[in-house]
Design a protein around this ligand. Sequence first.
Ligand SMILES: *Cc1c(COP(=O)(O)O)cnc(C)c1O
Length: 414
Amino acid sequence: MPAHDSHLWRPYTQMKGAAPPLEAVRTHGSRIVLADGRELVDGIASWWTAVHGYNHPHIRAAVAAQLDAMPHVMFGGLTHAPAERLARRLAALAPGDLDHVFFTDSGSVAVEVALKMAVQLWLNRGVAGRSRILAFREGYHGDTLGAMSVCDPQEGMHRRFGAYLPAQLFCDLPRSRAQEAALEATLAGHAHELAAVIVEPLVQGAGGMRMHEPEVLATIARLARRHGLPLILDEIFTGFGRTGTMFACEQAQVVPDILCLSKALTGGTLALAATIATREVFAGFWSDDPAAALMHGPTFMANPLACAAAQASLDLFEREPRLGQARAIGDRLAEGLAPLRGRPNIRDVRVLGAIGVVQFGRSPDLAALKDRLVRRGTWVRPFGDILYLTPALSIGEADLDHLVASVRAEAWGA
Ligand SMILES: *Cc1c(COP(=O)(O)O)cnc(C)c1O
């Protein structure tokens, strides 16, 4: 029975023996205030969402105004200005002719919609038998059925579900000539049954915080195109400045056919996700046949509060120097974490944009490590052999220094 009096079933948690979670009562800036009065500097921006810090007045004001006018209305058969304006703005912001925005309420569902779009695109074209997806090892795309099926099948957190999942194809990222040849061979051998290729551009996030060069992404895009396959980029982690550009794919000059966004879309205030398709993909659904329509429609699709929050978040990207801040955070992380290189139990230290990763040689006791960091006033969520920092892009210098110092202190003698 739970050690504490709670009816909650917690995420990714063996409930037996689980230490009671810390209770948060308030947030401000980059800080989380606990019920016992302690204040933690958030090193991971609430799973990478709170890019402007918590409780930003501009986002709060936008949500409050929308709350007065219309908190929610169904999207089937109705539309509203918050969604229309946000879709127009996202279409303008996204690279190339990614012009058609389908709103959902979580990243996993944005991926589900992308996969369905790709599969149905072929059906609408009258091509049968193309229902598999090519994905990459060490990737993570979410926790729902289709999204799980494209996560790393061995190392990922969903390996026990193998028998329940659609069987997809997996390749290594083409970092070497041999891996590129293997990807090419898999595409050549299976193109007739493939609907799309999916990848997280530049950083594979929850699968292990592994980074790759823009050329690797460019290679994937080139090979997918050569085999006539739509490319789905999952920028749910990397989107909105995390890698130093608004979208990671810009650094490789790659424009996907379908782009998935969520996490930082509302600046960490409300649940919202977007699957954005190019004109060509959208045209594949434009038909006199009602059965060619995209068959998806979440109840809370395009929630007006969430759309208003996203508008305000995008305002902040224009008014405040977020991308410069992301790059400055990267410089500070690179400099601050560099001394850990070569320490006994440190296998790797890597930084890209506002993402700093320390990889241990052998996995530390994660719960104990997290507790010690909490005692230092630092909130992080290490996993596997990884301790990482992905702070709010607006984090102040003192808080960032605190994060770097506490991670360095813990990893030094790990
Ligand atoms: C978090 C994440 C998802 C899943 O998003 P949820 O909102 O948790 O469903 C999918 N892809 C990537 C790359 C993510 O980081």
